[in-house]
Design a protein around this ligand. Structure first.
Ligand code: HEC
Ligand code: HEC
Ligand code: HEC
Ligand code: HEC
Ligand code: HEC
Ligand code: HEC
Ligand code: HEC
Length: 338
């Protein structure tokens, strides 16, 4: 099986049907996926409880000299204002990026209708709003810049491209009423499949099942958003990743550095440890099992066994790193960390 296009993984042609249409026949997957952080990675800003319950919110920004205020605009969005004694500027923040596992960053349009990433973000580790990661790198010269980082349409298109479903790659907004990462973002458009199944016809080949992918192909597929992995003969890229602790944010790029990955010929797919329809919090108990499905001489002849411990494998071999302020990530370069 070829993964010819890691962004559009599927090869079948179909219209989209929306995840609701999958519910009747794939009830369990539908229920867990709907509650997952993938599904909640994009929402209307005004409807996000963490943000809504923090309003109104005001903070003096020492870097810019402006006071920033977030308030409810009562139409599903949030109003952001930057003001000092001389000038003020405003924006309507319509979209909230992030489930809130780490943070929630709103984006929207300024009064001058440019796109802006709010200078304020809600952080899980604080349970509160603080300055958006990277904000201190920008030194706003006027009230508009004080609202947050200005985004080009291309940048906004990229944000949506990784945080929503059925994205057409052009308009800077979700293409349907389907927000967040739902079924058809990973399985491809599903109407043909739904119709075939409803008519009792064969569903063979009507929808893409990533189970057919090798470990590297899956790293590529998930890596469309979780970091594009270099091939095993791209030594420069691999060496660079080893020396860049920040790449810990990109599991698809780190995992290809692991002996577990390289010495098992495609067996170590993301789904060996993750159920793509669940969050990691649901899976904690099963991570050891995944490791022991290889590191147990009863299962794999000549498999190496840990001389140090027999549980909580990831805590030592996949330690967390603080990649950004307020956010920890697990290092998918599985190894003896020295
Ligand atoms: C009317 C019932 C029905 C609906 C609606 C439906 N499916 Fe299916 N689906 C099936 C059946 C039957 C199979 C084959 C047996 C199985 O794997 O459960 C299947 C299989 C699949 C597979 C595995 C395909 C393979 O080749 O291995 C995927 C992926 C899938 N469905 C996704 C979806 C998605 C996404 C939606 C919504 C867009 C959806 N299905 C809607 C009935 C349905
Ligand atoms: C290349 C794909 C990609 C692009 C482009 C992208 N994101 Fe993300 N984003 C991700 C992935 C993957 C995660 C989860 C892992 C992580 O936090 O890095 C994430 C996580 C986040 C989170 C934290 C969510 C949480 O609570 O865990 C926020 C907030 C966020 N993105 C906002 C944005 C904004 C705003 C933009 C545009 C300026 C953007 N993202 C562009 C892929 C992307
Ligand atoms: C369209 C982009 C995209 C694709 C494709 C994608 N992800 Fe994600 N993934 C994200 C974003 C964005 C987040 C952050 C969600 C949030 O918390 O807001 C995320 C979060 C996660 C998480 C953390 C969930 C949690 O518990 O908080 C896991 C695990 C994950 N993805 C695994 C996968 C795997 C495995 C695949 C491939 C089968 C995959 N992802 C494909 C964008 C994507
Ligand atoms: C982040 C990507 C992603 C999303 C979103 C996603 N899936 Fe999947 N799905 C996968 C992967 C990867 C597999 C293959 C699992 C494996 O390798 O064990 C899969 C497998 C399946 C299967 C086949 C299950 C089996 O046991 O053979 C069905 C059916 C399915 N998904 C339905 C859905 C439905 C319905 C939704 C939305 C409610 C959905 N998926 C959302 C990535 C995703
Ligand atoms: C698909 C099989 C597979 C899985 C699953 C797997 N590994 Fe491995 N791992 C290997 C192989 C193969 C090696 C090379 C040494 C050997 O043959 O045992 C290896 C090597 C290692 C090493 C030594 C690394 C080095 O640089 O010398 C550690 C530590 C390790 N694995 C830990 C883990 C942990 C922890 C997990 C679970 C989070 C895990 N592995 C999951 C196959 C696997
Ligand atoms: C050998 C097991 C294993 C494999 C394979 C694996 N992961 Fe993970 N993953 C983990 C563990 C363990 C965690 C940490 C869970 C926790 O926080 O409790 C994790 C966490 C994550 C997170 C949450 C953010 C973070 O860094 O804590 C994302 C996103 C993720 N994995 C994506 C992926 C993707 C994409 C792949 C495939 C390229 C993949 N994982 C392959 C074990 C694995
Ligand atoms: C408390 C930290 C810790 C935990 C927990 C832990 N390990 Fe280790 N592991 C180590 C250290 C340290 C080494 C290196 C020992 C040495 O070189 O003498 C190691 C070595 C290994 C090796 C390489 C062995 C070899 O012969 O090359 C593997 C494989 C491994 N661990 C797998 C696991 C698995 C699987 C688990 C969970 C069942 C686990 N580890 C739990 C710390 C830990």
């Amino acid at each position: 099986m070829q993964l010819s296009d890691p962004v559009r993984f599927w090869q079948h042609e179909s219209e989209y049907s929306g995840s609701q249409a999958c519910k009747a026949c794939h009830q369990d997957i539908y229920s867990s996926q709907s509650l997952s952080n993938h599904a909640r990675s994009l929402r209307r800003a005004g409807l996000v409880p963490e943000l809504a319950s923090s309003l109104p919110f005001s903070r003096f920004d020492r870097v810019s000299g402006f006071t920033l205020t977030l308030s409810d605009n009562s139409r599903g969005a949030i109003r952001l204002e930057a003001a000092d004694a001389e000038e003020s500027s405003g924006a309507v923040l319509e979209w909230a990026f992030g489930s809130g596992t780490k943070g929630i960053t709103p984006i929207g349009r300024t009064n001058a209708s440019g796109w802006v990433e709010s200078r304020l973000t809600w952080y899980e580790s604080l349970g509160a709003i603080d300055f958006t990661t990277g904000a201190s790198k920008y030194d706003p010269q006027n009230a508009v810049e004080g609202l947050g980082r200005g985004l080009t349409t291309e940048e906004v298109v990229e944000c949506f491209g990784c945080h929503t479903t059925g994205y057409d790659g052009h308009s800077p907004a979700p293409s349907a009423d389907e927000m967040g990462i739902r079924c058809e973002r990973c399985h491809g458009p599903g109407r043909t499949h739904v119709e075939a199944a409803m008519n009792g016809e064969s569903v063979d080949g009507s929808i893409f099942n990533p189970i057919a992918l090798s470990g590297f192909q899956q790293a590529q597929m998930c890596g469309a958003c979780h970091g594009n992995p270099p091939r095993d003969n791209d030594f420069d890229a691999l060496a660079l990743l080893e020396q860049t602790p920040h790449s810990v944010r990109f599991p698809s790029q780190r995992i290809v550095l692991s002996r577990c990955f390289n010495e098992t010929f495609g067996e170590l797919a993301c789904t060996r440890c993750h159920d793509p329809h669940h969050d990691v919090a649901d899976e904690a108990a099963s991570f050891d099992e995944s490791c022991l499905s290889c590191h147990d001489t009863a299962v794999r002849e000549n498999g190496t066994v840990c001389p140090v411990a027999s549980a909580n494998c990831a805590s030592c071999h996949m330690p967390t790193e603080r990649v950004m302020r307020h956010s920890l990530f697990s290092d998918h370069w599985i190894r003896v960390v020295r």
